[in-house]
Design a binder for this molecule. Structure first.
Ligand code: TZP
Ligand code: MG
Length: 234
């Protein structure tokens, strides 16, 4: 039997057909002072499928305004828009969803507040957390961090590709890989079962965000296609 969130998910957002290939997280410091909106604009031009607004210091009112500006862009370009941590901001700026960490509001509680079809993503580091997040209504999970990263001071050590594979085997929602992912390791990440990759530095830290996004997206799509073909013939 489908849970309520699955009915909502498939009924309204059709999450099963959603593409999460390239998920770009905004970071003004890593972008050398570019605004969140400008980072989003450049990443979308390079083919980002999802934009996450992430700012740990910005006040609520300003964050809502930034979110509304990004939302206008993502709606026009059919890009998903997710707000990090803040369910209130995500709802206020009409984002498609919220991304929650292990210390944020519980996904099940967020689900009770959010409208039907609202996307809830959850960061996990273990199989237990992943299974729990799915059970509580997460629409996707992010395995975090797959590799060590300097972009999040408290991310902890990389969990590795075996952990990613193990989590993939134990949940049915889309699995996004995050942390230290770049052009060199992205094929291995896709081979390990990720449905998409979330990045900051590999795209936002590049002097040409649009080009970096385009190149990373191409690497992801190419590897996804190759995998699909391999599965068809084996
Ligand atoms: N959550 C887990 S790792 C991370 C976040 C926000 C940072 C990812 O940044 P990068 O530069 O792609 O490693
Ligand atoms: Mg968080």
């Amino acid at each position: 039997m489908k849970t309520l969130h699955q009915v909502q998910r498939y009924g309204f957002n059709n999450c099963s057909t959603m593409k999460f290939y390239l998920y770009v997280i905004t970071d003004e410091a890593i972008a050398g002072g570019l605004s969140h909106a400008e980072i989003a604009r450049r990443a979308i031009a390079g083919g980002a499928d999802v934009i996450q607004l992430r700012d740990k210091t910005c006040g609520c009112r300003e964050l809502c305004q930034v979110g509304r500006d990004i939302c206008t862009m993502t709606k026009k370009t059919n890009t998903l828009f997710i707000v990090n941590d803040r369910l209130d901001v995500a709802l206020a700026c009409d984002a498609d969803g919220v991304h929650l960490g292990q210390d944020d509001i519980r996904p099940g509680v967020a689900r009770q507040i959010a409208p039907p079809g609202f996307i809830i993503g959850v960061s996990v580091g273990t199989v237990e957390q992943a299974v729990k997040a799915e059970h509580e209504g997460a629409d996707y999970i992010a395995v975090s961090p797959v590799f060590s990263t300097a972009s999040k001071y408290d991310a902890g050590p990389g969990r590795g590709l075996d952990r990613l594979k193990e989590i993939r085997r134990n949940v049915s929602v889309p699995v996004i890989a995050i942390g230290g992912i770049n052009r060199d390791n992205v094929p291995d990440v896709i081979d390990a079962g990720a449905d998409g990759v979330a990045v900051i530095s590999a795209v936002v830290g590049s002097p040409d965000i649009t080009k970096a996004a385009r190149e990373l997206k191409l690497l992801i799509s190419t590897r996804m296609e190759a995998l699909r073909y391999e599965r068809l013939i084996t």
